[in-house]
Every structure is written in C-alpha cells, then in structure tokens.
Design a protein around this ligand. Sequence first.
Ligand code: AHM
Ligand code: MG
Length: 331
Amino acid sequence: MQKGITSLGRFLIEEQRKHPEATGDFTIILEQIAFAAKIISREVNKAGLINILGKTDSINVHGEEQQKLDVYANSKMIQALDHIGKVCAMASEEEDEVIQIPEKYPKGKYVVVFDPLDGSSNIDVNISIGTIFGIYKRVSEGGNGCKEDFLQKGRNLVGAGYVIYGSSTMFVYSTGNGVNGFTLDPSVGEFLLSHPNIKIPEYGKIYSINEANYHRWNERIRKYVEYIKNYEERQYTSRYIGSLVADFHRNLLKGGVFLYPGDSKNPKGKLRLLYEANPLAYIVEQAGGLATDGEEMILDIQPEKLHQKTPLIIGSRWEVETFLKFMRDEA
Ligand code: AHM
Ligand code: MG
C-alpha cells in the first residue's frame, strides 16, 4: 500500500487490534454501513441523470412525502445490515416500527438506528445530503430486538457517525476514541483517511439557524441570536443550508453553532432524537463540542418514543454554553 494512505478498512482493523477483547462484530457493522454509503453515494450522484428523481406515492411515518432516493437509501441500509448476524433489529426515520431481522438470519448483540437520507428535500437542487447512524448494544435478551433496545439514552451509544454526499462523499465516525473522517476516492471505491482526529474549535464564527422562524421563537432564543449577531469580539456570519449533515459537518470543521430550537408551532423543533440528534451529539462530544436541547445534554435525554423530536443546539463549546446561560437567564 502507498505510504501515507490509510483506507477505512485498514483503520478499522487497526482500531480493533487495540481492543484484544473485541470480537470484530463492530468492525463488520461499520464496514457494512460504509458499503451501503458507497451504493447510496453512487445513486445520489446519478440522481440528476436518471429518472430516479421524483416522488413516490408513499407518505412516510411523519406524513411527509418520501422521495425515491429516501426509499432506496433506506432499503440499502437494511440490506447491508440484516444478514450479517451482528444486529438484532434496526430503526429508521423512514419506518414506523422497529425493523426486524429476517427469520433465516442469526441475530447479533447490536441494534442500529439511522436516518438513511437526511435533507432529502434538497436532492433535486443538488445540495449536499447525508446518512446518519448510531449503534447500541441491545438491552433485551436473545432473539429479536425490541423497542426497549432503542429507547436508550444517547450516552449508551457505542458508535455513531454520518456520511455526507457533498462535493466529495465523506464518512465520519466515532467509537468513543475521537472522531475520524474518510473521503471516498471514487477511482478505487474506498474511503481513505482524510481528517484524522477531528476536533471542533472551542468557538467559531458561524451560526446556523432558520431565521424565518424568528417570530415563533421565545424571547430567550431571540436574545441569544441577537447576542451572537452583535458579539463584538468576533464577527459572526450566518450559514444555513437546511441540510443537517451539511450544516453540522461545516460547523464541526470550522467551529460555530447549529440551532433548531422549539418554537410556538413546533415546541420540540423538527429533528428526531434517535436518528439525528443523538448520533451527531455523540460525534460533537467526541470532538470536544456540546449538544443540548436547552435544558439537558442531548445524550442524557431518556427517549420515550422511537420518533420523538427534540430541540437541538449543537456545536462549539463556547456557543452552546452561552446558549445555556441565556436559557437559564444567567447571561
Ligand atoms: P428530513 O429528515 O425530512 O430530511 O428533514 C430534516 C432536515 C434537516 O436536514 C435540516 O436541518 C432541517 O430539516 C431543515 O429544516 P427547515 O427547512 O425547517 O429549516
Ligand atoms: Mg432527517
């Protein structure tokens, strides 16, 4: 192998070797997710060319229109994970109930949650979209997994990550020992280590929020956003793509804060705790940042429902801590 190039496969093997007790189950799950990501990436890149774009007839569990690529990405994630014998159930933002492993396959000790294609309203305008995933150890005993395996706090995650389908496709993940990013080299079909040991800056210059919701925010949120805008020590700039993975990824690398707070119309905001907030909160904490719903840390929230929503304020430590001060009227 060319000196200096580390493939995701090699990186995973070397990480596994650091844990002599590891069975390799986890490595296989991550490799399978990366495989699904490559297939999804291929289709995302082709989306403008072939007639895969457009809407299906189905409406997802949130009453939203599903686009064909969401359905495709969802099925690729399931197919990548259902037969390997390492997973006992899955849960997807696109599916109402827990996804069971077909009877013919053995069940493993992990459960996987995912948002197969987040930001899908951006597909047909060529804006970056992403896949988000999280992995937990099951809490139920043997056989099929069940809902309680998924209603675990994000603190219990044993791994999480995301894939961004952008100007390049990147796979970013953590298993609790920092965050590493890999860029897909399409000429060899491999993810190569491009962003080792990612750390989010202590503070940044970017704030990301949908300001069209201003009139629905409460006074504290308004005051915080005004404060950031007028902060004298550094001039902030506003960046909002409306595609969570892309907004998050940029802020992770450059520093800053992403906010999707609750408002008078949607008291819990828009984003889902299990599929979106928890995996990204895990990544941001591993990178030295923070994620909160305004009251508690995202990873400490006890989920009650598979599809529950949560306000999400995530990013650099300074911006998130300052947000919490505004929420507690301490600012
Ligand atoms: P989706 O899961 O239906 O794709 O929606 C989630 C997306 C996120 O990617 C993004 O952060 C958010 O919705 C943007 O919402 P809004 O258009 O209300 O600002
Ligand atoms: Mg989503």
